[in-house]
Design a protein around this ligand. Structure first.
Ligand code: SAM
Length: 283
């Protein structure tokens, strides 16, 4: 019979040996798995490290490990993942929340007072992480989530309900098509921006994620062009548009903003010092 501490070490070793994970990645995954199954915080796992793991929990953990060794990304097995300090429900029909996208939230939090009564649109919302995080922070604002995937919208709806939010709505829409005539202060989007030819798409983590969430024509820029090209018609004066994009698309995305008469264009770097978000103001 294993203690929590030694069992965690054992599954870390198994994950690092059998799938292509660094020891650090395997440690983190083992930590998430233990927290998820034992329903304990990371600090409690340390406090309880000498307690024995129950048989029923071992069965659940082994089941997760089996799926993980089959190359299914851990967030899809656990059906939840963290974004901006909160846990969100996800499914195979939604993108796995990425830490990179937290930059969008940081920028908006720097620009606006939390009491601002804003109209916010999250285009390509997926599981709803961006719009819901904004709705939780800007309590006097209204947030609209839009996505072309009905299955993603259903996941976003569950996340809205789990957070008891009243200031948020959703719409099934091909970009702006079904967005009514509200004028927004903020339009934010993490659209698909990977080129069809990008070899990264063959990586096991990406291959299992919905292609509609990842891939865009025209070297990955087609959806960005549609969004930037139409956003002005839905923005109030001084309203802002924020787009997350690939690290190698900064110049082209800036040009798209300029071509569409956006002003005060800013570009923001992620923790790896790569430009990943472009922001423009409608004057
Ligand atoms: C990169 S994912 C981002 C998901 C989520 N916002 C996040 O950051 O995790 C892009 C999202 O755009 C949606 N999408 C793709 N094409 C779309 C379109 N034409 N209209 C609306 N949404 C679209 C996908 O279904 C997917 O949920």
């Amino acid at each position: 019979m294993d203690s929590i501490g030694s069992y965690k070490k054992r599954i870390t070793q198994e994950l690092s040996e059998k799938i292509n994970l660094t020891l650090r990645e395997a440690e983190l995954e083992a930590q998430f798995i233990m927290q998820h199954v034992l329903k304990e915080s990371s600090s409690n796992l340390i406090i309880k490290k000498n307690e024995i793991v129950l048989k029923k929990d071992i069965a659940n953990i082994e089941n997760i490990i089996r799926q993980r060794l089959d190359d299914l990304p851990l967030p899809y097995i656990l059906k939840e993942w963290d974004f901006y300090g909160h846990t969100f429900r996800i499914s195979k029909d939604t993108l796995i929340p990425r830490q990179d996208s937290e930059l969008l939230i940081d920028i908006i939090l720097q620009k606006y007072d939390l009491n601002s009564p804003l109209e916010i649109l999250d285009l390509g919302t997926g599981s709803g992480i961006i719009g819901i995080t904004l709705a939780k922070n800007f309590k006097k604002s209204n947030v609209l989530l839009a996505d072309i995937s009905i299955k993603a919208i259903k996941v976003a709806k569950k996340n809205i309900e789990a957070n008891y939010l009243q200031n948020i709505h959703y719409v099934h829409s091909n970009w702006f098509e079904n967005v009514d005539n509200t004028m927004f202060d903020i339009i934010v989007s993490n659209p698909p921006y990977i080129s069809k030819e990008d070899p990264h798409l063959k990586q096991p983590e990406l291959i299992k994620q919905p292609q509609v969430a990842l891939v865009s024509d025209d070297e990955g820029l087609q959806d960005i062009k549609v969004i930037v090209g139409n956003a002005s018609g839905y923005l109030r004066k001084m309203g802002i548009l924020l787009i997350e994009h690939g690290y190698n698309q900064a110049n082209k995305v800036k040009q798209i903003f300029t071509d569409n008469k956006f002003n005060q264009i800013e570009q923001h770097k992620d923790i790896n010092n790569k430009i990943r978000v472009t922001v423009g103001v409608k004057i």
